[in-house]
Ligand binder design. Structure first.
Ligand SMILES: C[S@@+](CC[C@H](N)C(=O)[O-])C[C@H]1O[C@@H](n2cnc3c(N)ncnc32)[C@H](O)[C@@H]1O
Ligand SMILES: Nc1nc2[nH]cc(C(=O)O)c2c(=O)[nH]1
Ligand code: SF4
Ligand SMILES: [Mg+2]
Length: 210
């Protein structure tokens, strides 16, 4: 297939730059501890300095993969998929999620919400970033707000973000991994004083699984 044809299919969401896909345990947030198949799609321009998957940023480094093939792999492993990245909303998620729904898969997304919302989702985990705030639609669709705490100012950012989501949205504070030792005591204290929040830890890193 020539380059133009591939680019056109990627634009339509019929091919996607796939970085990796793996069956594991959801390590973070509301569904922590539950098995799921992860699909990590390359491409992200948000630029978080502490991002733990910087290799995902450049979409050109990840091979355009036929969306049906991604779906065929998912159903071999799990009835639940977590679509992550990179930033999955860089791409049109309509086709991928339609194909997954046809197979009765429960579809979760991990997103910064920074790009136009697309796709049909059973669970939206929104993790807003200061340098590129979520769209209005992302705030409305989020079932879970997961704010990363890198420094003290991030508690204020978390409260501002909590005002934007719908009233049923679950609220999580997650320590940035490299500063976890310093920030966990502050998060513990904050959640005890502000019980609408819960703690989310990257448990897969403690478990040493993908
Ligand atoms: C790698 S991102 C990919 C999905 C999407 N771009 C986003 O940021 O939500 C997946 C999750 O990991 C979180 N994350 C990334 N780097 C982290 C770090 N160093 N410590 C804690 N959480 C991190 C993100 O905030 C997001 O909730
Ligand atoms: N086990 C596991 N759980 C996760 N939850 C969100 C992840 C992500 O990178 O989006 C992630 C991940 O990379 N691994
Ligand atoms: S938005 Fe997500 S993938 Fe993009 S840099 Fe930030 S944490 Fe990494
Ligand atoms: Mg991760």
């Amino acid at each position: 297939m020539n380059k133009e044809k591939i680019e056109a299919l990627v634009q339509e969401g019929k091919m996607l730059p796939l970085m990796e896909a793996f069956y594991t345990i959801q390590g973070e947030g509301h569904h922590t501890g539950t098995s799921a198949y992860f699909v990590r799609i390359g491409g992200c321009d948000v630029g978080c300095h502490w991002c733990d998957v910087k290799e995902s940023w450049d979409a050109e480094k990840h091979p355009p993969t036929v969306t049906e093939k991604i779906v065929d792999e998912v159903i071999k492993y799990s009835d639940t998929v977590v679509v992550t990245g990179g930033e999955p909303l860089t791409w049109d998620m309509t086709y991928l999620t339609q194909m997954l729904k046809q197979k009765q898969v429960k579809i979760h997304i991990e997103t910064s919400g920074a790009y136009p919302f697309s796709g049909i989702w059973d669970w939206v985990c929104l993790s807003p970033k200061k340098n590129k705030l979520p769209t209005k639609e992302a705030y409305q669709k989020a079932q879970e707000l997961k704010v990363i705490i890198f420094n003290k100012h991030d508690f204020k950012f978390a409260e501002e973000q909590a005002k934007q989501v719908n009233e049923d949205c679950l609220l999580y504070l997650q320590p940035e991994w490299s500063v976890r030792e310093k920030m966990i005591p502050l998060i513990v204290d904050y959640v005890m004083k502000n019980p609408k929040w819960k703690i989310s830890l990257q448990t897969h890193k403690y478990l040493r699984i993908p």
